[in-house]
Design a protein around this ligand. Sequence first.
Ligand SMILES: NC(=O)c1ccc[n+]([C@@H]2O[C@H](COP(=O)([O-])OP(=O)(O)OC[C@H]3O[C@@H](n4cnc5c(N)ncnc54)[C@H](O)[C@@H]3O)[C@@H](O)[C@H]2O)c1
Length: 444
Amino acid sequence: MRISVIGCGYLGAVHAAAMASQGHDVIGVDVDPERIAALRAGRVPFHEPGLEALLGEGMRAGRLRFSAEVADAADAEVHFVAVNTPQRLGGDEADLGYVEAALTALRPHLAPGALVVGKSTVPVGTARRLAPLLGGRAELVWNPEFLREGHAVDDTLRPDRLVYGVGDEPAAAERATALLDAVYAPQLAAGVPRIVADRETAELVKVSANSFLALKISFINAVADVCAATGADVTLLADAIGHDARIGRRFLGAGLGFGGGCLPKDIRAFGARAAELGEDSIGSLLREADRINLGRRHRAVELLRTALGGGLRGRRIAVLGLAFKPDSDDIRDSPALSVATELALLGAEVVAHDPHAVAKVRVARPELRCVDAAVDAVAGADAVLVLTEWREYRDLDPAALAAATPARLILDARNCLDATAWRAAGWDYRGLGRHEHPVDALVA
Ligand SMILES: NC(=O)c1ccc[n+]([C@@H]2O[C@H](COP(=O)([O-])OP(=O)(O)OC[C@H]3O[C@@H](n4cnc5c(N)ncnc54)[C@H](O)[C@@H]3O)[C@@H](O)[C@H]2O)c1
C-alpha cells in the first residue's frame, strides 16, 4: 500500500517506520523542517528504543521517505493523521487546530478513492465534525493509537487490538475497513483482535482507556496516603490486590503519579467534552483523579522537606530522573521535571540527571543544573530523590553510592528501589506513600 503519515512525532514517526517495515511504501510529512531534516538523515529526534534501527531499515529499503511538503503525499492510498492535539491554553479542551490544519492542507492533494485515517487522540464527535474539511474528496475514519512511549515500536507492530471507527454509509464503511485490513494485514494474520465500530465509539475507546489507567494510578496513590498514615505498605498491598485477576497489578505503582503528553490532557479533554454534552459524572471522577495526581508532586517536595528537617533553601538535592517515564526522553507535563523545578524555586541547589532527557531539559529549563552521570548528581548531596524509575537507577549499587554522600538520605518517589538493600547499605530510605519505617515483607 502507498501510505502517508502526517505528523512525525512520537506517534507518527513510529507509525511510519513500522508501516514501512511491513512492506508498505510510506511517506512521513511534518511541518517542522528540522524534524524532517533529522528523519531524512536517519536520526530520530527523540528517544524511542528500537526506532532508529527500524527507520534506517525502511529508508535503506527505499520504502520510507520524509518530506515537509504535503503535496509529496499526493499518491498515497491511505493518509494517517498523527498530529498533536494538546490541551488548549487556558482551558481543559483539546486544541484541534493542528488536526484541522492537517486535513485542510491534505484536501487539494487527495487522490481519487484515498482514505484519511485519524490516529491522533480527539474528543468524541471530532471525525463527524471535521469530515467536511475534506470537501467530499475522501472518507474520514478514526483508528486510535494505543502505543506506549518506550515500547512504541513493539506496540505498533504487535498491538493489543485494532479499533476502526468508520462512517455511517455501509459501502464506504466496508471499503475503509478493507483498506485498513490491507494496511494491518500482518497484525490481523497474527490474530490481533480487530473491533470495527462507528467513529464516535472509536474516539471514546481511546480516551476511556487512558482515563481508566489514570483512575487506577490515582486510586492507588490515594490508598498510599492511608498506608503512609498507618504504617501499612502500599507496594505489598498492591501486590496483594493485584493477584485478583479482576484488578491486576499493572498501573498500581504508587508514587509520583502520571504525566506526559497524553494522560493528563486526555482526561481533562474528556471531562470538558462530556460537560459540553451535558454529562458531568465522568468529568467529576476524572477531575478528582487529576487533583490526586497533581498532589503527588507537592507531597514529594513536602516529604523531602520533612526528611531534611524543615529547610530546603541551600540544600543540595540530587534529582535522578526528569523524563515523565522511563525509556523515553519526553518531558511534557513530567512530574519529575515539575518536582525538580519546584525544588529549585524553593531555593534548593538541584543537580539533576536523566539517562536520555537531559538534552531536552537543557533547552526547556536552562536554569536547571544537569549532569551526565548519576554519581555526579549524588556526590555531596544532602538528599537523593528518585523521580523516574529508569532501570539504571534500579540497578544502582547502594553500597558503592554511599561513599559519594555522607548524608545517605534517599527518597524513592517511584517506590522502585529495593528498600531493604538500601537500608542495609546504611541509607535512610523513604518511599512516597509508604510509612517511614515499614515492616518489609516479613517472609521473603
Ligand atoms: N505519544 C504517545 O505516546 C501517543 C500515544 C497514543 C496517541 N497519541 C496521540 O497522538 C497524537 C500525536 O502525539 P505525539 O506524542 O506524536 O505528538 P508530537 O507533538 O510528538 O508530534 C506531533 C507532530 O505533528 C506535527 N504537526 C503539527 N501540525 C502538523 C501539520 N499540519 N502537518 C504536518 N505535521 C504537523 C508536529 O510538528 C509534530 O512533529 C496526539 O493526539 C496524541 O494524544 C500519542
